[in-house]
Design a protein around this ligand. Structure first.
Ligand code: FES
Length: 234
């Protein structure tokens, strides 16, 4: 067991536990956005950052393991300031016209921003645009994608289809169809797992999906695809 202190609360957790999980055990909630337990622990969004005594830089609590004697502050000025700025930066690349978004009211980014009382974004706003086949039942809206990579991981690790992949690098990093194919050329089975686990409104079904499914699906493909139960973030 490992002994540590979070927000002046002494706790004991098994070795290998993340700071996020240790905090949850102590009844302390740390906001998360990209994290999906055991599926997406890549520390992409930095919304869960916390301050650890003795460390110069903040750490992502979702993928940092506890250490003996660690002293953690989840809501220090430094942690709150960075968390707020990280959410503002994400919002600067996200089309936040929530009123017309299908996920409004069920959007993790919207709820995290509301909890942090973020209204205006003090950065220039720039959204990625993409062309997408409107003939396909699954629609991807790049202007809403926050590059959390949940869709990439769920499709790969759970569905084992690997339809989505990371494309480009650096500030041009984005998500696209593996092999830079069109979605209509891929083996996407329209299982819906990427839609379920997208924390925002970047992926959704076409409104008339029921009518389309018969036309698009090869019935045999539906049989072989493993539909995993929805996994929610902790
Ligand atoms: Fe930890 Fe995104 S939730 S980095």
């Amino acid at each position: 067991m490992v002994n540590l202190t979070i927000n002046n609360k002494k706790i004991q957790v098994p070795e290998g536990t993340t700071i996020l999980a240790a905090a949850a055990q102590a009844g302390i909630k740390i906001p998360t956005l990209c994290y999906l337990k055991e599926i997406n622990e890549i520390g992409a969004c930095r919304v869960c950052v916390v301050e650890v005594e003795g460390k110069e830089t903040l750490v992502a609590s979702c993928n940092t393991a506890v250490e003996e004697g660690m002293v953690v502050y989840t809501n220090s000025y430094k942690a709150q300031h960075a968390r707020r700025m990280n959410v503002q930066l994400i919002l600067s690349e996200h089309d936040a016209h929530c009123a017309s978004c299908l996920r409004s009211g069920n959007c993790t980014l919207q709820s995290v921003a509301n909890d942090l009382n973020i209204g205006d974004v003090p950065f220039g706003e720039k959204y990625e645009q993409n062309e997408w086949s409107q003939d396909f039942p699954l629609i991807r809206d790049a202007s809403k994608c926050i590059k959390c990579m949940r869709c990439v991981q769920i499709c790969d690790k759970v569905q084992e289809l690997k339809i989505w992949d990371v494309i480009n690098t650096g500030k041009r990093t984005s998500v696209g169809v593996s092999g830079r194919k069109q979605i209509t050329e891929s083996d996407c089975a329209v299982c819906g797992q990427c839609i379920t686990h997208c924390p925002v409104g970047a992926l959704h079904e076409r409104d008339d999906i029921d009518k389309l499914m018969d036309a698009v699906h090869d019935p045999e493909k539906i049989v072989v695809v493993q539909i995993a139960p929805a996994v929610r973030s902790a």
